[in-house]
Design a protein around this ligand. Sequence first.
Ligand code: ADP
Ligand code: MG
Length: 694
Amino acid sequence: MSDPVLPTVASRPLSGPQKALLKLGLRRDIDLALHLPLRYEDETRITRLCDARDGELVQIEAVVTASEVSLRPRRQLLVTVEDGDERCTLRFFSFYPAQQKALAVGNRIRLRGEIRGGFLGWQMMHPAFRPAVGELPQALTPVYSSVAGLAQAYLRRAVESALSRADLSETIPMENLAQLDQKPIYSLRQALFFLHYPAPDVALATFEDRSHPAWQRLKAEELLAQQLSQLQARRARAGLQAPLLLPKPSGSEPLAERLLGALPFTLTGAQQRVRAEIALDLGRQAPMHRLLQGDVGSGKTVVAALAAALCMDAGWQCALMAPTEILAEQHFAKLVGWLEPLGVKTAWLTGSQKPKERRIMLALIASGEATLVVGTHAVIQDKVLFKRLALAIIDEQHRFGVAQRLALRAKLIGQGQEPHLLMMTATPIPRTLAMSYYADLDVSTLDELPPGRTAIVTKVLNEGRRDEVIERIRAQSALGRQIYWVCPLIEESEALDLSNATQTHAQLSAALPGVMVGLLHSRLSMAEKKAVMALFTGGQMGLLVSTTVIEVGVDVSNASLMVIEHAERFGLSQLHQLRGRVGRGAAASACLLLYSTGDAPRLGETARARLRAMLETGDGFEIARRDLEIRGPGEFLGARQSGAALLRFADLATDQALLAWARQTAPVLLDACPELARRHEQRWLGGKTEYLKA
Ligand code: ADP
Ligand code: MG
């Protein structure tokens, strides 16, 4: 690879601009070469004053005929220039002596800026200028994104010299490039020079929408680098060893079969399919890395239980981790209910546990007596030693960081072995993202809801219609149905005038005599939370006022109404998840989204887009697609997800054909020309490649 631009000798301190380059991530020549312009300026033409038009952005070449500092109406440098027949006045309200000197009478200069014609003749305010020496440039002048302390002129020179030094040799064989749609095919060198220094007659529109073949080439390169890195992660994993989870040839009926027999329902087609996909993975030597995505209520838990059963049947331990204690507890209750009657011993781990109970649990886990361990983050703490962990299941995986997933993997005792990982999410990942950022994961999808679900009617209502909502609650409650009311924040903050859950609770309690109204928020102790949840799941409590602690996993099939207050403040996938708490039973269900515009006359653009999406679709995949559209991949994936560097040039919404090409090309290149593949990845991702993604 090319030499770094910056001195690597520690004794030479970096200059200000050099530090600024580092701040932009521009370390190597190739990094600078790939730092493409934001826009361009046209310095290739000179406009004569007699041809100029009012308000036009022009470059003028003229001779200074007068220069004076005037003090009225305020201090300014007034310079008169002439280009033959016409003259123009330049005004500078701030200026250095050196600039004044450069604008001395008799000097020939080139000026760039907006020109104004008026009563006083042509005028330019603070134009950019330089001595009129040398030829006019042949190409447009690039303008780069920069940071404080890094002048465009410096950055331009740095890019120019880096471009001349950088190794721009091809890493993609011509036969692969030939499969790109966009013709002509540019070489990397051509594409880069073209994009940094386009000819003045280039069709700027094709530059702006990045459809120009030079842009296509760069985006194809970038996507290929991403695919190569994911493919290598996948292959590295395939080389690892995990326990083979095959049923013991004992003759007794397998646990999974007994569980199926004991369930009060039969699996949906989607559940059966996913169950088989997982079983296949677990019977292989390579560790499973599977993402199970399924909309809220699609029945992921039972699939997890079946995977756990396969693992335990093979004589190994299984751990299930959930992001919140309430959710972990629900899983625990459900799994215990299903599996303990079949003879499975389960252990429970959480942060709020009493030391004595915890010690007992740790002993059960270490001895291997407990074959299923359910809990929160407590599961991955150092003190927790498994006897034979083979399968880790992570619910709501996006809520865990990479480090936590790695810690879970480290729990497998036994040399050179890796656990199988099953990650679950209710926020489906749109296809293009799955193909790019998650290309090293296998994805299973529950695309079918269990039978008997009722459609949820969604309504968006102004906060002013609160009374109607309360009437509706009263009616539902009279029918014996239960209701959720979600508030965004627990306490009044001065900055955000949000209604306070406590206040809402008081208000609703007063308005609904005869209905038991509970309050759940994050400040409650665990015991208090559990007591509230028990009353609600038990059916005694009619209305549960809550902050978003109920966001995930809660499963009460008698609940038929979900009210979300200040819905405009929630994210789209969060709203969808909350809505999924109702419509789980036979009763017709509804979700009411209350919004408030505050002092503004109407809601902001993105808030409206989110609420509109909620009205228009109930499909989790469509919601995810809209969410991606509203937020963009960076936000959608979230900081904790982006083990992979985000794409700079390609846009997954418009570049699906290029993505498909990159996916197809990556394995071909890696197999046929591993050295080229390595150089390609190095060039684009440098040291940023993260093979060990959990
Ligand atoms: P999620 O995918 O949101 O985690 P759950 O696993 O909590 O969904 O399942 C939601 C509800 O549907 C639970 O009450 C569960 O027992 C029930 N369920 C799951 N699978 C089926 C099925 N095949 N038929 C009927 N009910 C099912
Ligand atoms: Mg769930």
